[in-house]
Design a protein around this ligand. Structure first.
Ligand code: NAG
Ligand code: NAG
Ligand code: NAG
Ligand code: NAG
Ligand code: NAG
Ligand code: NAG
Length: 703
């Protein structure tokens, strides 16, 4: 293949566009003040310092300006408005005020693509999403993105393969398959325009697309959050949407307001909370899996002698872990429960979160005090995790509070959190418990309602991007819009050859519940190794988003510590990883003492002590549970199963874990399911659609 984009690899060399003079105006204390400079003579940071000194501005606005340098400084600045709030003014404003009024739903069909890590393709028709393909689920590699640098040929082949999967397996509600699209959307991932042009060509080999649109990264996160929430169906509501993550080249803390059909970015701040959180992972060998010495030199006199919260030491080898480090923040959040936060580390954490941008991407560095704590002991490493989590929560909460005050009491009817950082369920819970109408003493109508979408991280970008072109018509359940089993056609034959039995003939969910609860059906089982079995359930279309919500899940009754250990062993997961129960909506009061709706596992409320005692595998070490609340409306079959389990165990709850093997994405092949059933000693059954496969005893195993 002739590679048309090769020359563009040279682009960065031309980044500092020759003799351009950059001119901007900032509003300082209500007045527009101009600033201009030549990037070839003075860099943006120096210019920013000069400007700050001349106008007596606080130092910490500077980091945002360093970021501005990275993004070329041209865009959006003219519109930068600090507005009137002193608190909001103190945050480093990158750019703000971008207004768009979404079109009304139309009869259009749309395809949307995202090229960054966690690449995906989403398709909609008539304002309804028809399917979402996360490429990792097709290629069986977590966070998958086709890698253009590796081999342009392979890049093309892989995108082609993904698009073919959409063409063949994305069955529309009316029984047809996609062929033509009115609109194509690419969610911007910082790539060269040339790649996008070229990708359009690849799409064009399979589908016809009338017109293409580019959509901003954070706008896509925010639109997913807004339109997936119940709030958009009442246009008179004002919804505040925070999209935050660690996105590379832009402000990573974005605040939007949606009201009366208007969707507006009110601030884009230069914080990269995700980065701060990610980087801290290097200090915890139990999280990263690497010795501390890979990243820092604990005998460095600067480390030994640390005293100030803002002094930094360099860390090495971080960028080399480009892909695996994506798993650190999730682990670190669970790990934070094993440590105790230390006050003397707080200043360092705040400094890191506020200033993280200013030392990325050049020198990776961490505050020296944090490094020293980690060097000193395992307990110190755990304290870093706990303090980081605690400061992260505080940071998000205080910024949200500032925005709410700034907008005025009672002005915001609902809050939505989106972006990769919204996977931090502990922070979500703190916001819910402190700001929302569900807080103790909170009032509907006065305090905002709260929502986190099912795929707040990059895997959800294509849906948000798509909705910017064709907003949804009404409310749609999205959590099961992944793909059916890729090799579904093999199921019947494999069921026959494995002697699988039809669950519906055995008694349906009642039978499954009896097995799970260790009742007679399990007691009759010839080769029991445990008190109660672990059962994988694989039904219908795959989940969209990071959580297995009962369509690709491993299920068990959480009434013993042993069960948690078996689950973690089965998944080869670190001992400190949290468990996640599925709880029937009816049982939430019983478990938490209050209803905390969380159909996509986005919250982490405290479990009541008596339930922790009776069902020890249900709560995490800190007593919280990352639960999935299941109502009949969310998933009728899973709900019926939970209710049946509740009749036998006294609690309509099961622990779930996603059905995947170590380091792999959630399964989507019959063959892989059966392979795991054979290989994993702790897995007792797999239910695939209506077929219940039992682990084969050695006697019946063919060799
Ligand atoms: C893509 O491939 C290049 C060249 O082999 C490699 O250096 C880079 O790390 C890869 N990127 C990703 C995201 O895997
Ligand atoms: C770590 O720092 C000490 C003290 O500066 C130095 O002697 C040692 O060589 C360093 N170790 C490494 C691996 O760089
Ligand atoms: C440690 O800090 C003290 C006080 O700031 C300073 O005098 C001393 O030189 C430092 N030692 C090292 C090894 O940097
Ligand atoms: C993002 O979500 C997808 C599922 O939608 C998950 O597989 C992936 O691991 C997540 N990525 C990160 C970086 O957390
Ligand atoms: C039961 O399973 C275990 C482990 O797979 C095996 O060692 C044992 O022989 C089996 N017993 C029977 C009666 O199949
Ligand atoms: C115990 C356990 O593994 N819980 C898991 C439940 O499923 C979600 C989504 O797959 C996981 O994130 C939890 O860790």
């Amino acid at each position: 293949m002739k590679w048309p984009c090769a020359a563009l690899a040279l682009l960065p060399a031309f980044k500092a566009e020759a003799d351009d003079v950059v001119s901007l105006a900032f509003e300082v204390r209500g007045k527009a003040v101009p600033i201009s400079w030549k990037p070839t003579v003075e860099n943006a940071l120096t210019a920013a310092r000069r400007f700050a000194a001349e106008h007596d501005l606080p130092e910490h606005t500077l980091s945002a300006w360093a970021v501005a340098e990275e993004i070329g400084l041209k865009r959006a600045w003219a519109a930068a408005k600090h507005r009137e709030s002193p608190e909001v003014m103190q945050m480093p404003v990158l750019a703000s005020s971008q207004t768009r009024a979404p079109d009304q739903p139309t009869g259009r069909s749309v395809i949307s693509l995202y090229l960054g890590h966690d690449s995906s393709i989403a398709v909609s028709q008539n304002g309804r999403i028809q399917c979402i393909l996360e490429l990792e689920r097709l290629f069986d590699i977590r966070y998958y993105r086709p890698n253009i640098t590796l081999s342009p040929d392979r890049y093309q082949t892989e995108w082609h393969k993904a698009l073919r999967a959409v063409q063949r397996h994305c069955e529309y509600e009316d029984g047809t398959f996609p062929a033509h699209f009115n609109d194509g959307v690419i969610v911007f991932a910082g790539e060269f325009e040339c790649y996008q042009l070229w990708l359009r060509g690849v799409v064009g080999m399979i589908f016809t697309v009338e017109q293409w649109h580019m959509v901003d990264h954070h706008e896509s996160h925010a639109l997913l959050g807004y339109y997936a929430s119940p709030f958009h169906s009442t246009p008179s509501r004002t919804t505040l949407i925070l999209s935050y993550d660690s996105a590379g080249n832009d402000g990573s803390f974005n605040v939007y307001l949606a009201s009366m059909g208007k969707f507006e970015r009110i601030a884009q701040l230069g914080y990269s909370l995700g980065n701060a959180y990610d980087v801290a992972g290097v200090l915890m060998p139990e999280v990263s899996g690497h010795p501390l010495s890979d990243f820092v030199n604990c005998s460095d006199p600067d480390v030994l002698n640390a005293s100030s919260g803002s002094k930094l030491v360099r860390i090495g080898a971080y960028h080399e872990k480009a892909v695996e480090k994506l798993s650190w923040p999730g682990k670190m959040m669970g790990y934070s429960a094993v440590g105790t936060a230390r006050d003397e580390l707080r200043e360092s954490m705040r400094f890191l979160m506020e200033e993280c941008r200013s030392f990325i991407p050049g020198a990776m560095a961490l505050p020296t005090l944090m490094v020293r704590a980690a060097c000193e002991s395992l307990e110190g490493q755990r304290a870093v995790a706990a303090t980081m989590q605690s400061e992260f929560e505080h940071f998000v909460l205080s910024r949200l509070e500032a925005f709410l005050r700034f907008l005025g009491p009672g002005k915001v009817d609902s809050i939505v959190l989106s972006g990769g950082c919204a996977l931090n369920v502990l922070t979500n819970q703190v916001v819910y418990d402190t700001l929302s109408s569900a807080k103790p003493g909170g009032e509907k109508g006065r305090d905002p309602d709260f929502f986190v979408p099912m795929a707040p991280n990059d895997s959800g970008l294509t849906v948000g991007g798509l909705w910017s072109v064709a907003p949804p018509s009404g409310q749609q359940n999205l959590q099961y819009l992944g793909f059916p089993l890729w090799d579904r056609h093999l199921l019947l034959e494999l069921a026959r050859s494995h002697g699988a039995r039809r669950l519906s003939k055995l008694g349906g969910v009642e039978y499954l519940a009896e097995l799970l609860a260790g009742g007679p059906a399990w007691q009759r089982h010839p080769n029991r190794t445990a008190d109660k079995p672990i059962i994988a359930v694989v039904r219908g279309r795959q989940e969209f988003g990071p959580r297995a919500l009962g369509h690709r899940s491993l299920l068990a009754v959480p009434d013993s510590q042993e069960m948690r250990d078996r689950m973690n062993r089965l998944k080869a997961r670190a001992w400190y990883r949290p468990v996640a129960p599925m709880v029937a909506e009816e049982a939430m009061e019983q478990v938490f003492g209050r209803p905390v709706r969380s159909p996509y596992m986005t919250m982490a409320p405290q479990v009541l002590p008596e339930i922790q005692n009776r069902f020890p595998a249900l709560a995490h070490l800190d007593g919280t549970a990352r639960h999935q609340s299941v109502s009949e409306h969310d998933e009728p079959w899973v709900h019926a199963l939970l209710m049946a389990v509740g009749r036998l165990t006294g609690l309509a709850a099961l622990i779930n874990t996603s059905f995947n093997s170590k380091g792999k994405p959630i399964v989507n092949r019959v063959r892989d399911c059966l392979k795991m059933l054979n290989e994993l000693p702790d897995l007792d059954f797999v239910l695939i659609e209506d077929y219940l496969f039992r682990k084969r005893t050695p006697r019946t195993t063919r060799t």
